[in-house]
Ligand binder design. Structure first.
Ligand code: ZN
Length: 214
């Protein structure tokens, strides 16, 4: 049961198609594991489509944000997309398609003490990587020069008082200092996207602009 879902602003930017590819991959993977995030994404998709349809005919005024939010509320109820069957195994469908297989096909690189990493090829400045952390081990030391998104695919990690299990997503930024520790019965496998150059707090309004038309 997914408990930590993706904040709305990221779903909005994803729906608008304005996220770097590395983050796209993490969001798509999370959405296929989280009913809550998928329902909210579908609402944004619907509103975005409606806005595109209406753009030619309607002059969008200063109240477009309020109108957009009203549309989202109105469309939240009836939109239910059938959940596509997820494959058995560790990787959700979008990641499996991207990698061309499940976790056992990944060419891991050993970082020592059982920690393994695999960098995924993505376009743009953001990076995506898979991390394999033996249970009981802390994640490798790292800082955040920008935004980091971590999705749990197997096992779990503990970050302060919060536990993140399969499907849970954690977003960290340059203000966050943390040392997540793998705590599951199984070793932890995570998908991590990071971009030291992206500071989402300041650029999110711009990312969501084509969608919100503000
Ligand atoms: Zn971090």
């Amino acid at each position: 049961m997914v408990k930590h879902h993706l904040p709305d602003e990221f779903l909005m930017a994803y729906s608008a198609g304005s996220l770097p590819e590395a983050f796209d991959l993490v969001v798509a993977s999370h959405v296929s594991l989280s009913d809550d995030s998928r329902a909210r994404l579908e609402a944004y998709d619907a509103v975005g489509g409606a806005l595109l349809d209406a753009t030619d005919a309607v002059e969008v005024g200063d109240d477009s944000l309020a109108a957009t939010l009203a549309l989202i509320d109105a469309s939240r109820g009836p939109i239910v997309r059938r959940k596509k069957a997820e494959p058995a195994g560790v990787f959700p469908r979008p990641l499996r398609d991207y990698v061309g297989g499940d976790a056992d096909t990944v060419r891991w690189r050993n970082l020592g003490r059982g920690v393994r990493q695999a960098i995924l090829k993505t376009s743009g400045t953001a990076t995506a990587r898979l991390l394999y952390i033996p249970t009981g081990m802390a994640m490798p030391d790292h800082g955040h020069g920008g935004t980091e998104m971590t999705l749990v695919l197997q096992g779990a990690f503990q970050d302060d008082d919060e536990r993140f299990g399969r499907g849970d997503i954690e977003v960290a930024n340059e203000e966050v200092q943390h040392t997540p520790v793998a705590t599951g019965p199984e070793d932890c496998i995570c998908l991590v996207a990071a971009d030291s150059r992206l500071r989402f707090a300041s650029i999110l309004p711009r990312l969501a602009q084509p969608f919100l038309r503000i």
